[in-house]
Design a protein around this ligand. Structure first.
Ligand code: FE2
Ligand code: FE2
Length: 220
């Protein structure tokens, strides 16, 4: 009995033209949902055959941009436009890191800090490489590459400078971990690999700064 109803429904909504199902009214979409709930096994087949009718029943409307929202592990939705914005935020942190490491590597004084001062010079070069990688990803996504760094704190104290760096690295690591999840939620697996590579460097920076400060690396 229910299969006869199914065939009628199928005949009515089968899209001969590609966009025919897009014109299905919201009432039809509602019918499709309640029908799905009543006849579960066969309704699964219907849903596979008519993905447009299924998407009409979603609570969240499609993104105004070119990709439908995807979900991260945390459940938050992400679009390609939001990913571009977030990558530009990452880029601003990389610019900040370049400036901070250039300045701090030269401004730090004291015999006990000479080893870490040399390390900071190396960090500066690595942060530049990260900035270029992130800018490439923004360009690949069709975004506009930002030009503004996050603010750089200054201090006369070597210890404070190292602490600023440590705090920034911790913030950067937290953000890149989230970015990996966002890239993967959007199916951008190569991009997530690039960010994982950057993460390795950031983790090393954090460890070296903690070591110079004589503390354990913070648990993030
Ligand atoms: Fe970096
Ligand atoms: Fe770093």
């Amino acid at each position: 009995m229910s299969r006869q109803v199914d065939h009628r429904h199928q005949a009515r909504v089968r899209p001969n033209a590609p966009d025919a199902s897009m014109q299905e009214s919201s009432a039809d979409a509602t019918l499709s949902v309640s029908f799905t709930q009543r006849v579960d096994p066969f309704a699964l087949h219907l849903n596979q055959e008519y993905p447009v009718a299924k998407s009409n029943s979603k609570k969240t409307p499609p993104s105004p941009h070119n990709a439908a929202p995807s979900e991260t592990k945390a459940g938050a939705e992400i679009t390609r436009e939001q990913l571009i914005d977030n990558l530009n935020d990452d880029l601003a942190r990389e610019y900040q890191a370049i400036i901070a490491y250039v300045v701090y590597s030269q401004a730090i004084k004291g015999a006990e800090y000479m080893t870490i001062a040399k390390e900071l010079e190396v960090h500066a070069g690595e942060e530049l490489s990260h900035a270029i990688t992130i800018a490439k990803q923004i360009d690949y996504l069709g975004g506009t590459i930002g030009t503004q760094p996050k603010p750089v704190k200054t201090s006369d104290s070597a210890r404070e400078m190292l602490q600023f760096d440590l705090d920034n690295e911790a913030d950067t690591i937290r953000n890149y971990r989230q970015r990996v999840r966002e890239c993967e939620a959007l199916g951008e697996y190569a991009m997530s690999e690039h960010i994982r590579e950057i993460l390795k460097d950031e983790q090393d920076h954090l460890t070296e700064l903690a070591s110079a400060l004589g503390i354990d690396p913070p648990r993030l």
